[in-house]
Design a binder for this molecule. Structure first.
Ligand code: M6R
Length: 615
């Protein structure tokens, strides 16, 4: 869950690394550091805090010269966030320096061994153990850095993306990956290393994504040698052309990435449709589904594995797959699924959902399902991510980079992909009539425009946010398709404003949460016209009778809820199955504005990171 950046070439490494770290701060932001080789020695500066804190400290502390360097932005695993535990870490001799994203699980036993051999450690990190292990191998085997890294990594249990260099051989950086992403940008006589391609997109469009279990020696004025970490196999790397552009990863005039990403949803959903939803011909084209149609149709059930917001998208999919395609669906937290010896057979189809494609629990769940013979289909946003590569087939969401830690457009585009899949399967199975299918396509096609309309509630939502920003608790209620939206609304509020919030199926309220309701409790109720509307209205009556404050999310023109609620936010009318794509919009805005009013760091909330690459 850390971000790593490296550079070797003919330019000044410092601005490239600093800028790159800023772009990777979504991966972790509790401390940061940079090591530069200035032609004679390594200059290193690191600090607790954000990359902006590092910048002020570093520029007063060391010279920023050098055409070779590495940098790190951290999300602490071993050792509290402080200056000493920040990366990069030196080896005991001071010759080697390392940055690391991941966890070395057997670091304690390795540390004991190294301590016996006279090594000392300044930090509490597993990474300092690894760099000294590399140094130990290098010294004892009298070998080059690349070989020493390979031998050391073969003694390591855990996950890593690392970059190491040696000041006595300052013409190369050695990198390796297992379970954490690592991309190498190939420029003109220069190389860039990073956790994803965003730090180097203005310099090159060519990149190699290392596969798990691969390492590379990146040499100045030369080429890149890629090999397997285990064994002697040399790898011929695939050079990929990057589609990302600079504009996509900048804020574009918005105060926060989260707001930008909320507003990008109409175009992101359109991009998700592109080439897939052909309403005139009344067809859905999805090659990943088409190529595996038999497997889908013969599956006994679909098991969806995911975490966080992606899990909520999976819950929406459960309704839509069962409703339209009549396929039984189970939705599992990947973190539970991977450890509970689940019953999986070759007749199960597993769908793994992940924005980042790097979530450790989801990856582990995929590996488990595959080991039991299930076919695994991935729904990911990040192209070329670990999950995209680990799955047997898949469909990208094409949402574009999501940088705000709180997922917004990832959620709606995941639901869009899953809806397209459910409709395609329903058509193939004959569980939907052609007129119903056509109607769904036409309605789906209208969604971007309707999201646009839903976004017009922005200033009204700001007013509501201002009124309720000091509440200590929030309750979110929804039924059917909108129950997962209630969960998602509560998660959004918790993660960026730190207000306690719970999502519940509206009818479950009377089995417990109703006890919480008093005049201090805002209750956000999704009460759109279709889908158990009358029942939800009764739930609203129950809240009102207990003096709860009601914020209703209603279909445009609704009068009944308006008469009961303290506030109503309107969304355009659509099919019940598509309503989550609209009802989620005001909930995203509400959490965003509450967090802004409370002065919270919206894009980088405390204790969180964008992609959770540790268990
Ligand atoms: O990248 P993923 O979709 O696999 O991430 C899963 C969760 O970590 C993620 O959705 C998290 O819950 C978000 N911060 C929610 O906004």
């Amino acid at each position: 869950m850390c971000g790593i950046v490296g550079y070797i070439g003919h330019r000044d490494a410092y601005p490239i690394i600093l800028n790159g770290l800023q772009r990777l701060e979504y991966r972790g932001y509790d401390s940061a550091g940079i090591a530069l080789y200035d032609g004679t020695d390594i200059k290193l500066s690191k600090t607790k805090g954000k990359v902006s804190d590092l910048k002020s400290k570093l520029e007063n502390e060391i010279s920023t010269e050098g055409t070779l360097g590495i940098g790190h932005t951290r999300w602490a695993t071993h050792g509290v966030p402080n200056d000493v535990n920040s990366h990069p870490h030196y080896s005991n001799s001071g010759d080697l320096v390392i940055i690391h994203n991941g966890i070395i699980e057997n670091y304690e036993s390795l540390k004991k061994e190294l301590t016996k051999r006279g090594y000392t450690f300044k930090s509490d990190t597993d990474t300092e153990v690894l760099i000294n292990l590399i140094e130990d191998v290098k010294k004892n085997d009298d070998t080059k850095l690349g070989k020493a890294v390979q031998v050391a990594l073969n003694q390591v249990v855990g996950a890593y993306a690392i970059a190491v260099f040696d000041k006595t051989k300052p013409n190369e950086i050695v990198v390796a990956r297992l379970g954490s992403p690592l991309a190498i940008g190939i420029g003109e006589d220069e190389f860039f290393i990073a956790s994803d391609a965003s730090p180097f997109i203005e310099y090159t469009k060519n990149a190699i994504y290392l596969e798990d279990g691969e390492m590379a020696i990146v040499r100045r004025h030369k080429d890149i040698k890629v090999r397997k970490i285990k064994g002697d196999a040399i790898v011929d790397p695939y050079v990929q052309e990057l589609k990302l552009n600079l504009e996509q990863i900048e804020k574009g005039g918005y105060e926060h990435f989260m707001l930008k990403e909320i507003y990008e949803q109409p175009s992101a959903i359109l991009d998700t449709f592109r080439g897939r939803l052909l309403s005139k011909e009344a067809i859905i084209k999805m090659s990943g589904v088409e190529d595996n149609m038999k497997k889908f149709l013969n599956a006994d059930r679909i098991i969806i594995v995911a975490c966080g917001t992606s899990w909520h998208a999976g819950l929406v999919a459960e309704y839509i797959f069962e409703d339209l395609a009549r396929i039984p669906v189970e939705v599992e937290y990947a973190s539970e699924f991977r450890y509970r010896n689940p019953v999986i057979t070759e007749k199960d189809m597993v769908i793994a959902i992940s924005q980042s494609g790097e979530t450790a629990d989801t990856l582990a769940a995929i590996k488990l399902a595959k080991s039991k013979g299930a076919f695994v289909f991935g729904v990911c946003n990040v192209v070329g991510s670990s999950i995209a590569r680990e799955t047997d087939a898949g469909a990208y969401t094409h949402a574009g980079p999501e940088i705000g830690v709180a997922s917004t457009k990832a959620f709606t585009t995941q639901i869009t992909v899953l809806t397209l899949m459910a409709l395609r399967l329903a058509r193939a199975k004959g569980t939907i009539s052609s007129s119903d299918f056509r109607m769904h396509l036409l309605e789906l096609e209208m969604i971007p425009q309707k999201v646009e309309e839903a976004l017009k509630s922005d200033s009204y939502v700001q007013t509501i946010a201002d009124i309720y920003k000091d509440s200590k608790n929030f309750l979110y209620l929804g039924r059917g398709y909108n129950f997962p939206v209630a969960l998602e609304g509560a998660l959004k509020l918790k993660e960026i404003s730190y207000i306690h919030a719970e999502g519940y199926p509206a009818a479950e309220m009377k089995h417990g949460p109703i006890a919480l309701i008093d005049e201090q409790m805002p209750v956000v109720v999704i009460a759109t016209k279709k889908g158990h509307y009358d029942k939800v209205v009764s739930n609203i009556q129950e809240i009102k009778a207990r003096k709860g404050k009601i914020i209703g999310i209603v279909t445009k023109g609704d009068e009944s809820v308006k008469a009961l609620a303290d506030f109503v936010i309107e969304v355009p009318e659509t099919l019940e199955s598509l309503s989550p794509l609209l009802t989620t919009i005001p909930l995203q805005l509400l959490s965003y504005y509450i967090a802004v009013y409370l002065g919270k760091n919206v894009d980088q909330p405390r204790n969180l990171a964008k992609s959770v690459t540790v268990e």
